[in-house]
Design a protein around this ligand. Structure first.
Ligand SMILES: [Zn+2]
Length: 83
């Protein structure tokens, strides 16, 4: 078989595919719409690092929530306060 024919066939398949799947603009959008708005950054007061709220370790005291990058930082914060 002529390789050029294969190429034409491939192009035709591609065009057909595009026609079947809409205008093709769909691909650009979409993607990571799952982690928008809820992914708020919070600052760790111990090491001053910003971490996504969802991944942060939180400590609630006196009705105020403080967020940390790790359990280690949270412990440091608690220990530092006690002294
Ligand atoms: Zn930290």
């Amino acid at each position: 078989m002529n390789p050029l024919r294969l190429l034409i066939l491939a192009v035709l398949c591609y065009i057909l595919y595009r026609l079947l799947t809409g205008d093709g603009k769909r691909v650009e959008k979409g993607g990571s719409s799952r982690l928008e708005s809820r992914d708020v950054l919070v600052e760790d007061p111990v090491c001053k690092v910003c971490v996504p709220k969802k991944q942060a370790f939180s400590l609630e005291e006196h009705g105020k929530t403080t967020y940390f990058c790790s359990d280690e930082c949270r412990k440091k914060f608690i220990n530092g306060k006690g002294e």
